[in-house]
Design a protein around this ligand. Structure first.
Ligand SMILES: *[C@@H]1O[C@H](CO)[C@@H](O)[C@H](O)[C@H]1NC(C)=O
Ligand SMILES: *[C@@H]1O[C@H](CO)[C@@H](O)[C@H](O)[C@H]1NC(C)=O
Ligand SMILES: *[C@@H]1O[C@H](CO)[C@@H](O)[C@H](O)[C@H]1NC(C)=O
Ligand SMILES: *[C@@H]1O[C@H](CO)[C@@H](O)[C@H](O)[C@H]1NC(C)=O
Ligand SMILES: *[C@@H]1O[C@H](CO)[C@@H](O)[C@H](O)[C@H]1NC(C)=O
Ligand SMILES: *[C@@H]1O[C@H](CO)[C@@H](O)[C@H](O)[C@H]1NC(C)=O
Length: 440
């Protein structure tokens, strides 16, 4: 699997500094990881959106209350594809949503390119000069069923009174921005969508909470690239040293543990360049490992995360998702060593050229199996692997010089684009859960 920053060390000072900008979306947190004091106002505000449910006989009163009362009585899905999906649910429930192919569908994207102000500059390929549009018009088609088009109006009603939270790295940020754009585009008054503390979408923040006032819910993002806690130690020479506490959940976890729906991810930061090559970086208690294999560290971190979920999440209130590893497509090298993806204008068609399922995701699956609380796995690795044409490449910026075009983002996704499909899958999972609840 192509890893983006392996060759960072190969390039020299000035150029390196300049290029760091390319992945600043990833680098948000090191310097500000401890600046959580500012978020108290935000916690108070969003706490207003949280609410308690009295328990009932149902195994999950939360679902019963959102879905029975709202979905079926107040809100009828406006699109026929949702209705069909609901009607065909008996088969859909046995359909692997993640096994399928991409098909061209001219009715996409779900929001017009250039129309959404919530997209990070780095993901806004259209504004950065990318003018082909086929990559926005691909719909995911599972083998055994048809995925309904994400019905934004219906989704707005499903989320009424809720907190939907994304936690993870910049790939989850990609997905969160897609969700904001889809929902804002469907809301009756887009002016009534705003950040709780007036924050702009920029890299210097560790969290955001967008309020959909007319629908009384929030869609939030917490930067937590490793999910576990970034830490500082005094080194032998008295200097501060960054470590990663594999035994502690990230600091912001208290702020989102009561959310109604949480979508986690972590994956791309578990590479040598972002983990000091695994040397004197991973820590448990007061013990810092001289060296630890990245997969072993990943397993320990996921175990910490899983224990935290089992101990801290109320399954009667919250629904937990984990989004799988998003594929990257550097050709002819890696990031910073000539790896590019701008030549790719079509998805991969021949499965022979897909990568094998990443070991990290196999580890994730085994951790999920051992959990007490059910976590819905959004298994998007393979479906992203097809989409080599969906990355920003050199449309990560306006008018890049020829020299700078050599350094491409084949890692994140243009919006509108691939993460919209992740949200469409998430929407289908919600519909399936609703249907299952109603059967009980
Ligand atoms: C969830 O609801 C069930 C059934 O009402 C109840 O037995 C259980 O204690 C609840 N769990 C929690 C963590 O509140
Ligand atoms: C907004 O949602 C919260 C949490 O569900 C609920 O307590 C509150 O009554 C709602 N407010 C309005 C105006 O509907
Ligand atoms: C991209 O396409 C150009 C023009 O067709 C070609 O010269 C170049 O070698 C290609 N680059 C890669 C990495 O395939
Ligand atoms: C896929 O690629 C392989 C290897 O190039 C080739 O043998 C096979 O025929 C291709 N399959 C299809 C369906 O094109
Ligand atoms: C996820 O997808 C991969 C690749 O398609 C597959 O090998 C794996 O079994 C899937 N995992 C689950 C839990 O369905
Ligand atoms: C990019 O270059 C074009 C043509 O030179 C110019 O019209 C446009 O304003 C430039 N865009 C930005 C954002 O600099």
């Amino acid at each position: 699997m192509a890893e983006p920053t392996k060759h960072l060390s190969m390039i020299g000072g000035a150029l390196k500094t300049e290029l760091n900008g390319l992945f600043t979306v990833f680098r948000t947190k090191r310097s500000i990881a401890f600046a959580y004091g500012f978020m108290l106002g935000f916690v108070t505000f969003t706490a207003l959106l949280a609410f308690n449910h009295s328990s009932s006989n149902s195994p999950s009163p939360w679902f019963t209350s959102i879905f029975t009362t709202r979905t079926l009585t107040c809100t009828t899905p406006t699109s026929s594809s949702t209705t069909d999906f609901l009607q065909g649910m008996e088969t859909s429930m046995n359909c692997d949503l993640f096994d399928g192919k991409w098909v061209y569908d001219d009715s996409y994207p779900l929001y017009k390119q250039g129309s959404c102000s919530f997209i990070d500059h780095e993901f806004n390929c259209f504004q950065n000069g990318r003018h082909d549009t086929n990559y926005q018009k691909m719909k995911w088609k599972p083998k055994g069923c048809n995925l309904p088009r994400l019905d934004g109006v219906h989704m707005l009603e499903l989320l009424r009174g809720k907190r939907l939270v994304f936690v993870g790295d910049s790939l989850n940020r990609n997905m969160w921005e897609s969700m904001l754009c889809i929902l804002k585009g469907s809301s009756k008054d887009p002016n009534n969508v705003f950040e709780a503390n007036g924050k702009q979408i920029s890299k210097g923040e560790t969290s955001f909470s967008f309020i959909f006032k007319d629908y009384n819910f929030s869609v939030e993002f917490f930067v937590s690239s490793f999910l576990v806690q970034e830490w500082k130690m005094l080194d032998k020479d008295g200097s501060e040293k960054e470590t990663l506490r594999l035994d502690l959940m990230g600091r912001s976890s208290d702020q989102y543990k009561d959310a109604d729906i949480i979508i986690f991810n972590t994956g791309h930061w578990w590479i040598p360049d972002k983990t000091f090559k695994g040397k004197n970086f991973y820590q448990e208690g007061s013990h810092v490992y001289g060296e630890l294999n990245v997969l072993e560290a990943y397993r320990k971190a996921l175990t910490t995360w899983a224990r935290w979920v089992d101990a801290s999440i109320n399954p009667n209130k919250s629904m937990i998702f984990f989004r799988g590893y998003s594929a990257s497509h550097f050709r002819g090298g890696q990031l910073y060593s000539g790896g590019v993806c701008d030549n790719d204008t079509e998805p991969i068609k021949n499965e022979t050229y897909l990568s094998t399922y990443p070991p990290k995701m196999k580890l994730l699956e085994s951790v999920l199996k051992g959990m007490k609380i059910h976590v819905t796995y959004l298994n998007i690795t393979r479906l992203t692997d097809y989409r080599k044409e969906g990355h920003p490449s050199f449309y990560r910026e306006h008018n890049l010089s020829k020299e700078k075009r050599k350094f491409q983002d084949c890692f994140h996704w243009c919006l509108p684009g691939v993460p919209d499909a992740w949200n469409e899958l998430f929407y289908s999972e919600l519909l399936i859960k609703e249907k299952k609840m109603l059967k009980h």
